[in-house]
Structures are given as structure tokens and as C-alpha cells.
Design a protein around this ligand. Structure first.
Ligand SMILES: NC(=O)c1ccc[n+]([C@@H]2O[C@H](COP(=O)([O-])OP(=O)(O)OC[C@H]3O[C@@H](n4cnc5c(N)ncnc54)[C@H](O)[C@@H]3O)[C@@H](O)[C@H]2O)c1
Length: 263
């Protein structure tokens, strides 16, 4: 029997790489994106009967509509809430439209997508994956607003996991927290002084590495995972050694700014 996997915001970047992996795992993939052409192009690239749909995750009703289309093709077994946007800058200076957009896409979009996934999977069960970020776990200079949305995604995911277990539904929900990935979201900000931290670490991850980690997390018993794992250990060491972490962050900001001025 055919099973379907939905990936939001999969017209490019991390979502597209995850769509390829889900196709390779035997699912018929439903690729959605606010950019209809990108969604259709991605579906053609993924193949195996993949379906490309226009979806703006800010439209809360859109998640149920996507679920209905996915269910026409087979049991919805996997749902990945990947669509996201990033605005960098001083935490106190974001215009209202940035605040509204980032909360609508990154938080409300993930919550409505997860809810639609639970409704369509029901007692047949399934697996939900929410794409958070390492910024959910550690301060990131210039990304306070973005980090807050990703912390919300992580928090919602861990609570939802408990609620699903309590309800006796055979549905798992997990959050992936990647470090910097070399996608349009990041490369389009190369000259943004507010996003210095984005370029301060070692080489950015590639999308396939992140997609492989996503598949491995889906199969694991963990509720969330940082990619690469060592960054998660460093991020969480803030609890035990806050002064060391504070110094490291200042150093990373300086390195990032230096790289940007060279770039
Ligand atoms: N790139 C990174 O460094 C990084 C790190 C950690 C987490 N993430 C997260 O990974 C996810 C994917 O990001 P990416 O790096 O591939 O970025 P990207 O910008 O390359 O891709 C994001 C996709 O989401 C789509 N999108 C944007 N708004 C949408 C909306 N309202 N409805 C539906 N689709 C929408 C875009 O059209 C685009 O195709 C995001 O949630 C992002 O926050 C990215």
C-alpha cells in the first residue's frame, strides 16, 4: 500500500533534500511551498509520482487541505513541518511585519501543520518532524527573534510528544535542530551585519547531511537532536559553564563580523 509523506517549504533547501530521502525510503512525497513553481519543480525532481502543491503555511486552513490531497494518494505516514523564514537584526528593532510574518510562518505554521498531521494520521499512526534550529538551545547574536520562534517549535514538539503518548495515539513527533546550513536562507544574508554569527562557525552543513540526520532522528527514540551532535553538547554546556559560553559567543560574533567584512 502506498504511503505518503508531506514536506512543507520543500521547493528548495533542506526541505527538498528531505523530500529526496523520503522518496528513497519508499514514500510518495507531497512537496508544498508558498512558491508554486518551486513546489512543482521540486516534485518533478523528486519523482516517483511526487505531487507539488502551492501552500502558504500562514493560511491555517491550508494544512488540512494539503492533508486531504496527501490522503488521496495513500496513508499519510510522515509529515515534515520545514517551511521557515529568517529575519536578523537587533531584537528591539524589528518592524511589525517581520514580527508577524516570522511568528505566522515559523510558529503558527508548525503548530497548524502538526495538528493537521495528527488529525489525518489518527489511530493509524505516523511520524511528524518539525525543523527547529540550534538557536532554540543557545543564544545567537542578531537572531533573537528567529531563535524565539525555534525555541517555541522545540517546546511545542516535546509537549506534543507527551500529549500524544498520553492520548495513546501511535504518532511520534520530533524536532531537528541544525547548525548553520548553506541554503538560500543563509547565503542571501552574506552581507548582513546583523547575522554575523551565521558565518562564524566552521563550514556550513550541506542539505543532504541534514536530511540524513532527519531520517535517522525519525527512526530513533530521541525527541530532538542537534546536527552536528557536538554542537548540541557545546550549546547545552551553557548551563554548567555560562562564563565560558559567554566568552565563546563574543569570539564567534567577532569572527563572523571579520568574515563578513572580508566577504
Ligand atoms: N539554513 C540554515 O542555516 C538553517 C539552520 C537551522 C534550521 N533551519 C530551518 O530549516 C528550514 C528550511 O530552511 P532552509 O535553510 O532550507 O531555507 P530556504 O530559505 O532555502 O527554504 C525555505 C523554503 O520555505 C519556503 N517558505 C517560506 N515561507 C513559506 C510559507 N509561508 N509557506 C510555505 N513555504 C514557505 C520558501 O519558499 C523556501 O522554499 C527552516 O525552517 C529553517 O528555519 C535552517
Amino acid at each position: 500500500m502506498t504511503t505518503t509523506a508531506v514536506v512543507t517549504g520543500a521547493g528548495r533547501g533542506i526541505g527538498l533534500a528531505i523530500a529526496h530521502r523520503l522518496r528513497a525510503a519508499g514514500h510518495l512525497v507531497v512537496v508544498t511551498d508558498v512558491d508554486r513553481e518551486a513546489a512543482e519543480r521540486a516534485a518533478a525532481e523528486v519523482g516517483g509520482g511526487a505531487v507539488g502543491l502551492e501552500q502558504d503555511v500562514r493560511d491555517l486552513a491550508s494544512a488540512d487541505a494539503v492533508a486531504a490531497v496527501a490522503a488521496e494518494h495513500g496513508r499519510v505516514a510522515v509529515w515534515v513541518n520545514n517551511a521557515g523564514v529568517l529575519f536578523a537584526g537587533d531584537a528591539w528593532a524589528h518592524p511589525d511585519d517581520e514580527l508577524t510574518t516570522i511568528l505566522d510562518v515559523n510558529v503558527r505554521g508548525v503548530i497548524s501543520g502538526s495538528a493537521a498531521a495528527v488529525r489525518t494520521m489518527g489511530s493509524d499512526g505516523g511520524r511528524i518532524l518539525n525543523i527547529a534550529s540550534i538557536s532554540a538551545l543557545t543564544p545567537v547574536p542578531g537572531l533573537a527573534l528567529y531563535a524565539a520562534t525555534k525555541a517555541a517549535v522545540l517546546s511545542y514538539t516535546t509537549s506534543l510528544e507527551g500529549d500524544l503518548r498520553h492520548a495513546g495515539l501511535p504518532i511520534t513527533v520530533k524536532a531537528l535542530c541544525p547548525d548553520v546550513v548553506g541554503t538560500h536562507m543563509v547565503t542571501s544574508r552574506e552581507n548582513d551585519p546583523h547575522a554575523a554569527m551565521l558565518f562564524s562557525g566552521p563550514k556550513p552543513l550541506d542539505t543532504d547531511t541534514v536530511a540524513a540526520a532527519a531520517m535517522s532522528l525519525l527512526d530513533s527514540r530521541q525527541t530532538f537532536r542537534v546536527v552536528p551532535r557536538w554542537r548540541g553538547v557545546v550549546a547545552r554546556s551553557a548551563d554548567v559553564a555560562p562564563s565560558v559560553t559567554g566568552g565563546a559567543l563574543a569570539l564567534m560574533r567577532r569572527l563572523g563580523e571579520r568574515r563578513q567584512s572580508r566577504g
